[in-house]
Every structure is written in C-alpha cells, then in structure tokens.
Design a protein around this ligand. Structure first.
Ligand code: FAD
Length: 314
C-alpha cells in the first residue's frame, strides 16, 4: 500500500497541515512518501524529512512550480500516478483546488474533508454542512483524499531524517506548464494576531456587531487573550471585515480550545466551521438563538454592554 502525501510549499516552513495529513496517512499504511513540488524548496524538504513515519521526501523542482497553480501541479502529481494507491492532500484552499483535478486526471472519485479513516478504502466525512457523518467505501484502485486538519493531530517530528530524493523530469522535455492558467499576483494579509487556523482562542463577530468599526471591541478583548478574530458570513458579506476571516461551511474550519461567538445566531453553515471547538462561549441578546444549543457557556445580553465588561474584567 503506497501512499503519497502531497506537500503544500510555504516560505514560513509551516508543516502543520502536512503533519496532519501524514498522521491521517498512517491510519492507511506505513509506506508513506511526501511529494514536494516547487522551486528552491530545499529548506522545506529538509524540514519535512523530519516528520516521523515517512519513507522519503520526493522533490520535483521547476521554476514554473513556484506558483501554486493547480493545473501545473497536477501534471507533476500525475507523473507519479502509477507508483501510489493513495494521494492525500490537506483540505486547505490549495489542496481543495488541486485534488479534484488530480482525481479527474486519474478518472476516480475524490473523498473530501475526511475526518476519520477506518481502513485503506473506508473513509468518514461530514455531509450536509456537518449534520450527517457519512462512511464511504472507495471502489477504485486509486484514492484521492482531502484531510480535514481539525480532525487529526500532527505526526511527530523526529531527530532522524528521511531520504530526500530529487526527481528530475527535465531530461524528458516534459513541461509542467499546462498553459491553462497564469499567475498574476497574490496579496497576503499580514497580522500581528495568530492566524485563525492556528489560534487556540478565537473571538468571532457576526451581524450583531452592526459595522466594521465595532470589531475594535472584539480586538481589545482579543489583545488581552492573544486570540485571533473570526467572523460569520453575514459580517463578511456586509463588508464589516475581510472574507479571509470567515468561519463556516464556505469559510475556514477551526477547532480552537476556546471559541467566543459574539452577535452570531448559530446558523448550521457557521456551526459547520466551529462546532468542534473545545469550549464554546456565545454572547447574544436573543436567548432563543441556536448558537446557545451548542454553547458550553452562554451570556444573554447586549454585546455592547457585555464586551466592555469582559475587557475590564480581563
Ligand atoms: P444573523 O443570523 O443575522 O445573527 C445575528 C445575531 O446577532 C442574532 O442572533 C442577534 O440576536 C444577535 N445580535 C444582534 N444585535 C446584538 C447585540 N447588540 N448584542 C448581542 N447579540 C446581538 N455563514 C457563516 O457564518 N459561515 C459560512 O461559511 C457560511 N456558509 C454558507 C453557505 C451557504 C451555502 C449558505 C446558504 C449560507 C452560508 N452561511 C454561512 C450563512 C448562514 O446561513 C447565516 O446566514 C450566517 O451565518 C448568519 O450570520 P450571523 O449569525 O452573523 O447573522
């Protein structure tokens, strides 16, 4: 059973989602390789080689691969299709972009957002915004999976390093430029706060915040707690905050130790992104708001009274 875990290169050397994908792969088998495609990736490859339980890091370098374009990266992964049975991606924006194209190329189904692995071909995944958990059995010889990071812990890092194997495909005149997409630019949002997906405390605001300026009320509390700031889709759609802060079915999926929902009603699409949080606190003036059904602690009241009190108490 050969398993290929696809790495998503990042200059920050953040191995979190890769280590979680390896952890998931270990539930399938022990013959695990990591594939790293990019340009100038040696530091990342070295870091990845210390993930315990992997056999080797396979590296493909080409200047065209420095951009995270799914069309081009799929051409690399397809080159290894005969050697592996499982192709595992983290369910990040990039993984969710590349994996379907790989599955299409291999002419197999994709198993999305896997939260548990029962065997080499039986996977567990949420459907209907997390209201139903489906157990699905793969029929195809090749399996393409995306892994929900909040459902798996990180594979250990060890002192010993796995082999790093550079594979050169240039001598075959093989081009990784699919010619289907072009990279124009990217804008990275910079923040002093922890990122939403890594934070152990998140404070999220909803439509009840009334406007973007009022998010400063959350920021003051977040500063005291070292928390990240999230938002509901209603808050994003209303233009209060940017959409990279959205949590939920069509936003980010998080599971921090503490999640504080402020002025958020608790629609199922929002719960889909945060209900696995360890402790959930809800602040809402409507005692019938659905968020109270999953909250460990609920405060019924006006957020514009409660949040300053909370800030003062902290
Ligand atoms: P509302 O539902 O309007 O709730 C506002 C809450 O604030 C109310 O409960 C109100 O009592 C409370 N409030 C108002 N004023 C105060 C005050 N002064 N003090 C205290 N409480 C106050 N939503 C997401 O969040 N994430 C998603 O990823 C997402 N994906 C979606 C995908 C699809 C396909 C669809 C159809 C919907 C999706 N939604 C998503 C939208 C979702 O259905 C809800 O519309 C949204 O979550 C509501 O956001 P909200 O709770 O901020 O707003």
């Amino acid at each position: 059973m050969s398993i290929l875990v696809i790495a998503e290169y990042n200059a920050e050397m953040d191995l979190t989602s890769l280590r979680k994908s390896v952890k998931a792969a270990q539930l399938i088998g022990s013959n695990i390789d990591i594939l790293l495609a990019g340009n100038d990736t040696s530091a990342f490859a070295t870091a990845a080689s210390h993930i315990s339980g992997i056999h080797q890091v396979v590296v493909v370098e080409d200047s065209i691969l420095s951009q995270p374009l799914a069309e081009n990266h799929t051409l690399v992964i397809a080159k290894f299709s005969a050697d592996y049975e499982h192709f595992i991606f983290a369910a990040t924006s990039w993984g969710k972009n590349v994996a379907p194209r790989v599955a299409g190329t291999l002419n197999v189904a994709q198993f999305s957002d896997v939260i548990d692995i029962e065997s080499a071909d039986v996977f567990v995944r949420p459907i209907y915004a997390g209201n139903v958990i489906a157990k699905v059995k793969a029929c195809c010889a090749k399996k393409v999976l995306t892994i929900r990071g909040t459902a798996f812990s990180e594979a250990e890092l060890g002192d010993s390093a796995a082999e790093i194997k550079k594979v050169s495909l240039s001598d075959t005149n093989y081009s990784f430029d699919a010619g289907l997409s072009h990279f124009i630019s990217e804008e990275l949002s910079k923040s002093e706060r922890p990122s939403i997906t890594a934070a152990s405390i998140i404070i999220s605001g909803g439509r009840g915040m009334q406007n973007g300026a009022n998010f400063s009320i959350l920021e003051r509390v977040a500063d005291k707690l070292g928390a990240a700031i999230g938002a509901s889709r209603a808050a994003v759609d209303a233009g209060f905050v940017s959409n990279d802060m959205q949590i939920g079915q069509t936003g980010k999926v998080v599971a921090p130790n503490l999640y504080i929902a402020v002025g958020i009603s608790g629609a199922i699409q929002h719960l889909a992104g945060m209900k696995d949080s360890k402790i959930i606190v809800a602040i809402n003036k409507d005692e019938e708001a659905p968020i109270f059904q999953i909250a460990d602690y609920g405060l019924v009241g006006d957020l514009f009274d409660i949040m300053p009190e909370l800030e003062a108490a902290l």
